[in-house]
Ligand binder design. Sequence first.
Ligand SMILES: [Zn+2]
Length: 412
Amino acid sequence: MTIVREQVRELAEFQDPALSAVSFYFQPSTPRNKSHKEDAIRIKDLAREALRGVEARTERKEARESARTDIERVLRLSADLRSNGTHAKAVFACAAKNFLREYDLPPTLQGTELFVDRRFHLKPIAHLLGAFPRLGVVLVDRHRARIFDLRLGELSEREDLFHPLTRRGRSDGYAGYDGGHAERRVEDETRHHFKTVAAMLKEFLEKGVFEKWILGSVDELRSQLEAQLHPYVSQALLGHFSADVQHITRDEIRTHAEQIADAWQNKRRRDLMTLALSQARSHGRGVTGLRRVLRALEMGEVQTLLIGENFQSHAVECSHCGHLDAHVVNFCPVCGHPTHEIVDVGEAILPRVIRGDIETFYVKDDTDFDQVGNIVALLRFRVDNAESITSGAQNEMKAVADYRGRLRRFAS
Ligand SMILES: [Zn+2]
């Protein structure tokens, strides 16, 4: 099962003050003869280390037993992981609260890790999901449209449409073009088909099924389809690749789409970084440094967060109100209750980031970024108009429903 944002939100909400929330991430080694054995040894070491930590830190007996149960579960699981080298895996468990979730992840984690804490450790998930939009991949030719979701490296087909007129060879409504006008009729049908596809894409975007999309088609059809797109749908298009709908494989679709998405994401990260830094310099809608970013997060002002990939900083969290403070103080400056120290503030802010649906980019070595403390936030405002959804589109929605009524699902 692949994780989706709603499930990440559930994980972010989970708390166990008694320190028995176990998070396990498994990243398979690159295939080598010894790899399975190495993976198993690594997991055993991690489990031993985690158990030592539990003995030292976890005070309540039930919480210690809960953590031990879950660590043993991870050890048992590691035997099955050997046969499944294509996926990474995440397990979130708290036996004391009867909580257990397992997810498959793309095998691009930084490593195999095991944590026991008051919250689940979500940084590897945030790395994967952070700024990745809900992405549609659309393949079209003259008669067919295949629409896929691309989530965390998994491609799943949502729609496979075939133009009904062509399929049945019927000519109702097109009688005038019959006999010697076949070519014109094909053009007409293609346009009609593309209109239908364009309407469906608009509906998907408006309903949030996709936030962005990528087009695959033979090059000569591309401009014909693009001519039918609503401006709002055009703006959400990240790029195009050349594809023959009949023959392209799933792996080819995924590879093309991921290349386009990665290039778009890299550019977006650079643009937002430049914008946030210049806004921060002019005291506009940007802030830099942990103290100011924490404050902006608590005020609910942050739209986009840029954070160093290996950002590490100490902070404290209030046990009562959840306030995070970059100054290591014993009592909460907001409510006066005792605080506890946090070793990794980049992890501690994630529940808030996930709840607020804040677009998050992790930044690799960058000297400009280093100088501003490896953490920068762009405060709330619209970055581009593509993000704003036009209202009053009810008539168009009805037209979409009508179009869809005329579509026939292609029996594959
Ligand atoms: Zn407090």
